[in-house]
Design a protein around this ligand. Structure first.
Ligand code: SME
Length: 164
């Protein structure tokens, strides 16, 4: 059983440090990519406040395909270069979007979403997946979130491509 305690008094770097430690414990010794993406989505959802979606899209061919997530059902396929996820995947750069309505080509999966952050998961120079977080609050994500999630993406990279 994993029984992680979250502490509402932590600042963002402390919160991401706690999340990183929990994530490492969750994927330790496990090589199944679906299980690891599912548990990483769940622990992000548990630790980070004010989210309405958190999960993975995986690179398959020249598009992103929905992976394990927490939240409402979402769009299944996103071409590289389209939407926030496709832009993060095509550029291999984290996208912090304070106002999704102002992002050209934003793909609305949940009308409640107001802000979003998408972080590429890179293995051997290739974007193999992205981590996507949505919030109903405008400007929910900042550079501290991007930095914390980029560390989480390093854990995800190993957890998705782990060899038994
Ligand atoms: N908003 C994303 C689509 C995925 S959902 O938010 C879960 C985008 O524009 O790529």
């Amino acid at each position: 059983m994993f029984d992680f305690q979250t502490d509402a008094g932590l600042n963002k770097p402390e919160l991401y440090e706690a999340l990183t430690q929990a994530a490492q414990a969750l994927v330790y010794g496990e090589s199944d990519p679906v299980a690891n993406m599912a548990n990483l989505s769940a622990v992000i959802w548990q630790f980070l406040p004010d989210l309405n979606w958190a999960g993975f899209y995986r690179t398959i061919g020249d598009e992103l395909v929905l992976g394990p997530f927490m939240g409402k059902p979402a769009c299944i396929r996103i071409p590289f270069g389209q939407g926030v996820c496709g832009t993060a995947a095509a550029s291999a750069r984290t996208q912090v979007v304070p106002d999704v309505h102002a992002f050209p080509g934003h793909i609305a999966c949940d009308a409640e979403t107001r802000s979003e952050v998408v972080v590429p998961v890179v293995v051997d120079g290739k974007v193999i997946a992205v981590i996507d977080l949505d919030s109903p609050t405008p400007s929910r994500f900042d550079e501290a979130d991007a930095a914390g999630l980029e560390k989480l993406a390093l854990i995800a990279a190993k957890a998705i491509c782990a060899t038994p």
